[in-house]
Design a protein around this ligand. Structure first.
Ligand code: NAD
Length: 348
């Protein structure tokens, strides 16, 4: 089999992870790497990869079919356009660019050159997302009217380019792009209203935390959050349906589904709760609901790379579509605008 030869441009943390992944994809061969820092060039050689001496050398190598961009975000556009103009297909890590205009520039170059451009939205292959998606799609929870999706850490933003605006740092671009991308696949209706608040608890120049509230045209709502100074974690996923609720608490698929089995119409007896009395919040009798484990979904992120090769050969449609990526970038811009103005922003 003639393998598809790819070069990783930007051989930092994620570049190395891509090299590992590519190693497990039969259709792909890592032709080499290129990084502007000698220490990373040296590392690549140490691990047995061919370290190209320059980006120009990568582009000049006729045996290279594609490049994979894993540099900081601010240079994704320029690298992608140069590569496509030199006849290479491109995989680009997320966030694709700093704004939608930069992405449009890339898409124009892809159109002009006929080269494939595909964004690495790898968190579509996370099992927690796929488990929630299965519950929503199969109607297990009834009509899901609200979802919360979040990721939280407590170590602050790593001390690299992610802390600086000029490089496209900040959590909305870094994690928001994943969470929003998946949410728009989970809830397909147009997004009507976006409210966003960015937070800077330790005074960095980029958002260290954000909170987004979305309202969809079909009435569904979603909360999307990321934090870097959160010492106690809330659930990663919390999905509310008319006849069930699902919760995923952590990266290890902790959590459960609770389903209604007996919708007893009679009112509950009031209970004393706190300093008051309540019927509405009285707990259910145990037999009227049942707990089930979360559905498990087999997933392999290498399918992303396999799909990319098939797309370059004209044998498949891209799993990650550029119009989806553009929609997410526009949504992120609306979120920034909401934060700037302190108002909810009308979107679609
Ligand atoms: P990193 O700082 O560890 O690595 C970036 C590397 O790019 C550095 O080694 C740097 O020297 C190199 N570089 C900078 N300018 C370059 C240029 N012009 N040409 C070649 N190399 C250049 O950062 P990272 O964490 O690996 O992030 C890289 C990209 O991957 C970012 O876009 C980030 O958002 C993305 N990322 C994606 C995921 C994911 O799960 N999809 C996870 C982490 C990072």
């Amino acid at each position: 089999m003639n393998k598809h030869r790819i070069v990783i441009v930007g051989f930092g943390g994620m570049g190395a992870q891509h090299a590992d992944m590519i190693d497990g994809v039969a259709e792909l061969e890592l032709a080499g790497t290129f990084d502007v820092r000698e220490v990373r060039q040296e590392q690549a050689r140490l691990w047995g990869y061919h370290a190209y001496p320059s980006f120009a050398a990568v582009l000049a190598d006729k045996s290279v079919d594609s490049i994979l961009i894993a540099t900081p975000n601010h240079i994704h556009r320029d690298i992608a356009i140069q590569a496509m103009e030199a006849g290479k297909h491109v995989i680009c890590d997320k966030p694709v660019t700093l704004n939608s205009q930069e992405l449009k520039d890339i898409l124009a170059a892809s159109q002009k050159t006929g080269k494939v451009f595909m964004v690495h939205q790898n968190r579509r292959w996370d099992e927690d997302y796929l488990s929630i998606k299965k519950l929503v799609d199969e109607g297990t929870l009834g009509h899901v009217f609200r979802v919360e999706t979040r990721v939280q850490g407590s170590r602050g933003i790593p001390g690299d380019w992610r802390r600086e605006k000029q490089f496209g740092g900040g959590m909305l671009l870094d994690w928001g792009v994943h969470l929003l991308d998946r949410l728009l696949l989970l809830f397909p209706a147009p997004v009507k209203l976006v409210y966003c608040k960015l937070m800077y608890p330790t005074g960095k120049e980029v958002d260290e935390e954000y909170h987004i509230h979305l309202t969809f045209a079909d009435g569904r709502t979603a909360i999307v959050e990321t934090g870097t100074r959160d010492y106690i974690m809330l659930p990663k996923w919390y999905a509310l349906g008319t006849t069930g609720t699902a919760i995923i608490t952590d990266w290890q698929m902790g959590g459960k589904v609770t389903l209604l089995v007996d919708d007893d119409e009679t009112d509950a007896q009031p209970i004393v709760a706190g300093a008051g009395l309540t019927k509405t919040m009285a707990p259910r009798v145990l037999a009227s609901t049942k707990d089930e484990p979360l559905p498990r979904v087999a997933t392999d992120v290498r399918d992303f790379y396999r799909n990319f090769v098939a797309v370059t050969e004209g044998k498949a449609e891209p799993i990650v579509k550029n119009d989806q990526v553009l929609r997410v970038m526009r949504l992120i811009e609306a979120a920034f605008e909401s934060d700037r103005t302190g108002q909810a922003v009308r979107f679609e």
